[in-house]
Ligand binder design. Structure first.
Ligand code: ADP
Length: 164
């Protein structure tokens, strides 16, 4: 009898920085797949607010208690990265109708590029639909309390990024 292959999914994104909304999607995916690889896109023209090394490090620490989750970064096509790590699925989160149109377009392009890899969507919990990395950055720039928006342990360093 052969052992069934590991079911690996990637969760690609900017994660600039990781939020409680992302973390909830990661936890839920971890119960559906054998391995979840959270993958920070090293965008060629958009450096972002946090460096990709900082983002990967923050994701690793936020997910330290979830044994089948790992974090890394990648450059280039998401489908190429997914194939490289033998993923069967690419995970995305949906918050509201406005996410749907861009995600549909992306999913259809990726389906063309790699028909063997499914894009899987998880719906955000109602309490997370208003959370985005950009709203977190905006709040942090005003020194607002980020409780509930960003994993607790990461709050001081997110705020520190915007001080001075
Ligand atoms: P990208 O720049 O690729 O959109 P993000 O880091 O903003 O990267 O988001 C990665 C994925 O997580 C996207 O599918 C996005 O829709 C989803 N996402 C972002 N914020 C939330 C949230 N609060 N709840 C659920 N999913 C979310």
């Amino acid at each position: 009898m052969t052992t069934p292959a590991e079911r690996i999914c990637i969760y690609p994104g900017s994660f600039d920085p990781i939020t409680e909304g992302h973390l909830d999607i990661i936890r839920r995916a971890a119960s559906l797949y054998d391995r979840v690889i959270v993958a920070v896109l090293r965008h060629p023209t958009k450096p972002g607010c946090f460096t990709w090394e900082e983002r990967v490090d923050m994701i690793r620490r936020a997910c330290a208690g979830i044994p089948n989750v790992e974090a890394t970064s990648f450059a280039g096509l998401t489908t190429a990265f997914a194939r490289q790590v033998h993923a069967c699925a690419m995970l995305r989160g949906l918050r509201a109708a406005c996410d749907f149109e861009s995600e549909r377009e992306l999913a259809q392009i990726n389906q063309r590029l790699a028909p063997e890899i499914e894009t899987v969507f998880l719906m955000a919990r109602p309490e997370h639909t208003a959370i985005s990395s950009s709203s977190v950055r905006e709040m942090a720039s005003y020194g607002c309390d980020l409780t509930g928006f960003v994993p607790e342990a990461l709050i001081p360093e997110v705020l520190a990024k915007f001080q001075g």
